[in-house]
Write a protein that binds this ligand. Structure first.
Ligand code: DAH
Length: 336
């Protein structure tokens, strides 16, 4: 047989091989003691010098190639065998899969940050239930029955007795009931209101409540603490404004605003041209509230404050629509 044909035939045969046993048989067929290539090489001895040289060269190349293909096939078959032995259908040639690392939702991040700032100032974190009674959500906080103030923060009633809390202020009552002054707590959590979704309202959102009651707690301390908080949260240069306000459970009450983070007080769309962004409600705890939990309002005084976490996050990250927080669009969430 001519060497070229032998070369081609041997290559074809290796390609068709399906097992290591078959491969060994092919090796013997061509390179065994009486193999076709072996014989061809042996027969070269009888040829004339020139022919021997050219044919010899071709035969050696063919032999080399044959050996290479043999090795390649062997590796391939061994891999396959290993895979079958492992009993798995794992395809080792597939590209790897990227594993995704999750992270906290922006609201959780901001909430943690707020709590951490107050914990750093000596406040203790406390939680309260999301299902409340009228007593805790309203009456104990000095909301008179049938008073329009109840509509200010209207709520979802579950039945005659229970409702979804419409603010975190009831946690103040629950803690004071159980604990004697000094009380210094920070209470984060979800609150619920029958508001339709729009750019600045959501029926479920988060608040953080603060309360400090002891002997001789003053309005100056309230001011100092909340100013400190604003600077830590929004930057050292932020200006903080206190204006009189009204809440049934505090007297006097104050709204706290920071200089607009967008226009720095010059006036823009975000601050509705006022230069200020309101972020906190606060005040000195009303004596009636202290009496409702059995505290002596002659002896003790305190301050309280509450803020919306979504609102703080929107101001901090310059987000103009609260709904973005709940849509969980990964392109939005990933940016935090
Ligand atoms: N509970 C109030 C609200 O949801 C916020 C608030 C205002 C909390 C003043 C307070 C406070 O503790 O002192 O609108």
């Amino acid at each position: 047989m001519d060497i070229e044909a032998l070369k081609q035939e041997s290559e074809q045969e290796i390609k068709g091989v399906k097992s290591l046993e078959e491969l060994e048989a092919v090796r013997i067929k061509y390179l065994g003691r009486k193999g076709l290539l072996t014989n061809f090489l042996k027969e070269l001895a009888g040829l004339a010098e020139e022919k021997r040289r050219t044919q010899g060269k071709l035969a050696n190349t063919a032999k080399q190639l044959f050996n290479e293909l043999l090795e390649q096939k062997k590796t391939e078959l061994n891999q396959q065998k290993e895979m079958n032995e492992a009993g798995s259908q794992v395809d080792l040639t597939l590209p790897g899969r990227k594993s995704w690392l999750g992270h906290k939702h922006p609201i959780t991040q901001v909430l943690d940050e707020i709590v951490e700032i107050f914990v750093g100032m000596g406040f203790e974190e406390k939680l309260g239930p999301e299902i409340e009674t009228e007593w805790y959500n309203y009456a104990a906080l000095n909301f008179p029955e049938d008073h329009p103030a109840r509509d200010q923060i209207a709520c979802f009633y579950l039945d005659d007795k229970y409702l979804l809390r419409s603010h975190t202020s009831p946690v103040q009552i629950r803690v004071m009931e159980k604990q004697k002054p000094p009380v210094r707590i920070i209470a984060p959590g979800r609150v619920f209101r029958p508001d339709a979704f729009d750019a600045s309202h959501a029926p479920v959102f988060h608040q953080v409540e603060g309360l400090y009651v002891d002997e001789n707690v003053s309005l100056a301390e309230l001011k100092g603490t909340l100013e400190m908080f604003c600077r830590k949260m929004f930057g050292e240069n932020v200006k903080v404004r206190f204006t009189p306000s009204y809440f049934p459970f505090t007297e006097p009450s104050a709204d706290i605003a920071i200089s607009c983070v967008i226009c720095d007080g010059a006036g823009c769309k975000t601050c509705k041209n006022t230069g200020w962004l309101e972020i906190l409600g606060s005040g000195m705890v009303h004596p009636a509230v202290l009496e409702n939990v059995g505290y002596d309002s002659e002896k003790y005084s305190g301050y309280a404050f509450g803020m919306g976490v979504e609102r703080v996050a929107m101001v901090k990250y310059r987000i103009d629509d609260i709904r973005l927080f709940y849509e969980n669009d990964i392109r939005f969430i990933q940016q935090f």
